[in-house]
Design a protein around this ligand. Sequence first.
Ligand code: FAD
Length: 256
Amino acid sequence: MSDLRIAVMVKQVPDPNLVEISEDGRLMRENVPSMIDPFGKMALQHAITNKCQHHVDAISMGPMQAQDVLRKSLEFGADDAYLISGREFAGADTIATARTMAAFLSMRDYDLVFCGMQATDGDTAQVPSELAVFLGFNIYSYATSIDLENMTVTQSYERADVVSKLSLPAVITFMRPPHGCVQIPSMTDYVSALKKEIKVVGFADLGIRMCDTGAKGSRTKVKSVSTIIPKKKSTEFIDGADTVSAASAIMKEVKG
Ligand code: FAD
């Protein structure tokens, strides 16, 4: 199929190796180098690999610094880039984030919305399915590859890979980069990215209500954040020489 319009959602996340959590449970993003969310980058790579005759936009919602990930997306070969930014959006939980981004996407007539399967900071994996609901799109999660010639998508399930016919319009979440994908931008894309403008989209451009976005549009509040320390279990060796007593020792362990 030709001339599809693809939106790739790229989030700016703090470098996970450098970020710390404050005493009140906030991610301390200040002065921490940021990067493009790794799963979002995989979504971008799938879009660029399949680009040919399709149009690819990179879209992010975040503070003005998030322009960096959009500049990188342009360097990787995205055609245009849009940053949804403004103080009205601050404090948005996942549903307010998705509603805001869906308001923008619905104005631009996309056939496909590519996302990462989860972002490495918030990590909820909720935004793509919320986007699909707000847009009224189909959703295909945990995709490992996509074939836009034959309109199929391969999704990874616990026991098997499933190939489905793609029904548009759709949101797709990616969990792996495409096979043999390019890790560095081509010189042509890099140079043409320098001339491109990142368009900033504000609250007034979206036609949404204050009560639907930012902290006011958020239905959840973070009460506390804690680190789960997994309990260490030591390995118990059961002597297998006497199979009957070994089996009963295992049964005792299983039954608790
Ligand atoms: P996931 O659902 O795990 O992301 C999956 C994919 O969706 C990503 O790979 C990407 O493709 C796409 N995606 C997700 N978010 C974006 C985005 N912003 N732009 C482009 N693509 C995206 N965050 C703040 O920065 N400031 C706050 O004040 C703040 N307040 C919050 C308050 C509450 C109560 C909660 C619950 C969250 C708050 N957050 C805040 C976090 C913010 O809601 C999440 O960062 C955002 O909704 C994305 O969720 P996630 O990281 O779990 O994304």
